[in-house]
Ligand binder design. Structure first.
Ligand code: ADP
Ligand code: MG
Length: 224
């Protein structure tokens, strides 16, 4: 499903260049649940953004579901993302002036699905997340765990093959964190590949495999 070979990435700022990923090799099977763990600044988000086609890489190869991902134009990249990928972020990234249902429906708006239909589909996903009663509430009326479940529903609504979650529990208390991880497990059981970036060991240990990144290199792969 996902194969990356010898990925290098540097950020260039003026005269300076920061070598962040230093030759990453990783294969992820369809339906796998995997965590990427490492200290702050080790390159986890950079790697996830490359996997999510949100950022380019300088050297190496990335193959996603049989498609070579290299310097795609924005239209092609957006098409791949819409077809294949769902994103979940630490800070939820909900639109503050749209209610839960409208937030979940948003990806379908970009696919030109008519309002009535996309809202009906959004309601189904909210119901799956146990949030039907909260559909007409704004994000600031929801708890952290509820916001993250809205974000997960939004990630799922386009039927992605892969969910990419960058510190999805980073802003949540420990009980709510485990609920979110359980939810990601349920999603994984439906065959969706789940990739979780975290710096919390107990979260990482709840995935089948943990990849440890140190200073832009994979230093360990642990089977949990
Ligand atoms: P992590 O997610 O593991 O905390 P990141 O991948 O976000 O690490 O960042 C790795 C390194 O790259 C850090 O030193 C960070 O400051 C730097 N970095 C990240 N994004 C950028 C950017 N857009 N421009 C310049 N430097 C960046
Ligand atoms: Mg990060």
């Amino acid at each position: 499903m996902i194969s990356i070979k010898n990925i290098h990435k540097s950020y260039v700022m003026g005269q300076n260049s920061l070598h962040v990923l230093k030759g990453i090799d990783l294969d992820i099977e369809q339906g796998e649940m995997i965590s990427i763990m490492g200290a702050s600044g080790s390159g986890k988000s950079t790697l996830l953004n490359i996997l999510g086609i949100l950022d380019n890489y300088d050297e190496g190869e990335y193959n996603l579901n049989g498609t070579k991902i290299k310097k795609l134009n924005e239209r092609k990249a957006a098409q791949m993302r819409n077809r294949m990928l769902g994103f979940v972020f630490q800070s939820f990234n909900l639109v503050s002036f749209k209610n839960a249902m409208e937030n979940v429906a948003l990806p379908l708006y970009y696919q030109n699905v008519p309002r009535k239909k996309r809202n009906a589909i959004a309601m189904e996903y909210l119901e799956r997340m146990g949030l039907k009663e909260w559909a007409h509430h704004l994000p600031n009326e929801l708890s952290g765990g509820q916001k993250q479940r809205v974000a997960i529903a939004r990630a799922l609504i386009t039927n992605p093959k892969v969910i990419l979650a960058d510190e999805p529990t980073g802003a949540l208390d420990s009980v709510t964190s485990l609920e979110v991880i359980d939810l990601l497990h349920e999603i994984n059981k439906t065959g969706i590949t789940v990739i979780i970036v975290t710096h919390e060991l107990d979260i990482a240990q709840r995935t089948r495999r943990t990849v440890r990144i140190t200073d832009g290199m994979i230093t360990e792969i642990i089977i949990n």
